[in-house]
Design a protein around this ligand. Structure first.
Ligand code: DAH
Length: 344
């Protein structure tokens, strides 16, 4: 029996199963319920007491050797499988992942802001929740002005008792905050979201975006306003784009104007974007009304200024020929993915 065991030990030491199946065969052969070791223990029962003393030890050692070998083989095989797994082919092409794109309104805002930054304007922001003073009164809106009506403005009910809180209806409120809190000269643009109580349709929305501009200093004239906005349009829509100013009315500017540009789609020959007029309106502007300067604590005898305000949606529509405002807030990736421009 001793010789047989020695032979088995040699066999076990030489074993090198190549895979899990061969390892299992090894286990069944030596350690299985009908395996060699079990069988040897059966035989062991019938040897003499004398032999038992020696053989018992040998047999136990054999069993331990077989088990240790099995564990070691299993470990080697398992780790072999693992290394095979992580041993990926690094020359294979990687999986592509979808890159997002900037929202078209952000692209336009960034472009507008960049043009004015190059002219020395700084960027300012104000709160979207405003009081009557900053949104209306300081801007010279008469008490009975229809824009204060519930139809245009979202008023916010507050428990505090202050009943003049509203979502700002335009970014002109930021002009007031800026002038109240600083000293001239001011040269700033103020982008932001505004709210109006409008039924949502292709042409109107209850929220949209504006960029406000303000330039206050000594001796600022309407000529400065015209040249600044003319330059802006050349940068935004390209050299040769024509502009025209039409007289208009805003409570916070005097005189006031609206500025048209030659239609960016047809170049002025007439199309349905410009309703066959050759011109499209892009902004309102004017000289800051002296009342507004005084309301903000600025000496209107010493300082003059101009202001302007434009809708980012409008400028974007003209740029990309988008005819439905609702697309901007629906977050349909098929729409948004079309604006894969260079990241600016
Ligand atoms: N706040 C005006 C609006 O929402 C736009 C505007 C017009 C702003 C003329 C101005 C301005 O600063 O001078 O329609």
């Amino acid at each position: 029996m001793q010789d047989t065991i020695n032979q088995y030990i040699a066999e076990i030491n030489a074993a090198s199963p190549a895979n899990a199946d061969e390892l299992e065969t090894f286990r069944i052969k030596y350690l299985g319920t009908k395996g060699i070791i079990k069988d040897l223990f059966e035989q062991f029962k019938s040897v003499s007491a004398e032999e038992k003393r020696v053989l018992g030890k040998v047999l136990n050692e054999f069993k331990q050797t077989a088990e240790a070998k099995f564990n070691q083989l299993k470990e080697t095989l398992d780790s072999g499988l693992k290394t095979q797994d992580s041993n990926q082919d690094l020359t294979l092409p990687g999986d592509g992942f979808a890159l997002g794109s900037r929202h078209p309104l952000s692209l336009t805002r960034i472009e507008i802001v960049d043009i004015f930054k190059r002219l020395g304007f700084v960027v300012a922001e104000g709160p979207e929740i405003e009081d009557d003073w900053h949104n209306f009164s300081a801007l010279n809106f008469p008490e009975e002005h229809p824009a204060r009506d519930m139809q245009d403005t979202f008023f916010i009910k507050k428990n505090s008792g202050q009943d003049d809180i509203a979502l700002r209806t335009h970014t002109s409120s930021v002009q007031v905050r800026m002038m109240e809190n600083g000293k001239p000269p001011f040269r700033a643009i103020m982008p932001g979201r505004v709210y109006r109580n409008e039924a949502i349709s292709a042409r109107a929305h209850c929220f949209f975006h504006q960029v406000e501009g303000l330039y206050v200093d000594e001796n600022v004239s309407f000529a400065d306003l015209k040249q600044t906005l003319y330059h802006f349009v050349q940068e935004l829509y390209g050299e040769g784009t024509k502009v025209r100013f039409r007289p208009s009315y805003f409570p916070f500017t005097e005189p006031s104007a609206e500025m048209d540009v030659s239609c960016t789609i047809c170049g002025g020959s007439g199309c349905n974007m410009c309703k066959y007029s050759g011109w499209v309106e892009i902004l309102g502007c004017g000289m800051v009304d002296p009342n507004v300067l005084e309301n903000c604590g600025i000496d209107s005898k010493k300082y003059t200024g101009f202001a302007f305000g434009m809708g980012i949606e409008r400028i974007t529509n003209l740029k990309y020929v988008i005819r439905d405002l609702r697309l901007f807030s629906e977050n349909d990736v098929r729409f948004l993915q079309q604006f894969k421009t260079e990241i600016i």
